[in-house]
Design a protein around this ligand. Sequence first.
Ligand code: GDP
Length: 194
Amino acid sequence: MIIKSAEFVTSVGNVSQLANFGLDEFAFVGRSNVGKSSLINALTQRSKLAKASSTPGRTRLINYFKINNKILLVDLPGYGFAQASKTEQSKWQSLIGAYLENSPNLKRVFVLVDVRHKPTIKDNEMLKYLYFYNIPFNVIATKLDKIPRGQIDKHLTIIANELGIGKDNIIPVSAQDKRGLDKIWNEIEFIESE
Ligand code: GDP
């Protein structure tokens, strides 16, 4: 995908603010610190589009980014931020839930997991939710540069087994060395061409 333009559209913090922008949407979700902002920046080749923060959980809003005036990348709040209060956690959960259930233009959800770690209960819950609502998704394994090449297959097998999905359904990526980004764009372009 040639990125001609990438711009921030709006942030939404309340269910009542969710809107229909009339463009196809591709959402990114995952636990805090999984590398979501870095991935969106790498995909769009804009170093500061989605703010990568060293404070996990700072991004508590749904952020919409418009690409080539054609599609929206939707950055959903990170879940499972341990230091957040129960009230805050449930607020983000209901915001994510409301978004997923009420977005007619949502074409695909990319669920991010860290390639180094076993997926968490929250990741499993997210997948169950997506199955339940029949929302198509891909799993993206982030931070690929952090493991030796010879161990990639082993890590993907563990993630696939934990999530109960096929290993081929996982897209391994690195925001740092840019591996795998083309696969995400290919997926998006394929959906757009349908
Ligand atoms: P978010 O909370 O999910 O948005 O995560 P961030 O994008 O802020 O990333 C969390 C931390 O992981 C930051 O210190 C990033 O620099 C680092 N990180 C993110 N993606 C990668 C990657 O592909 N490779 C490496 N080595 N570090 C990454």
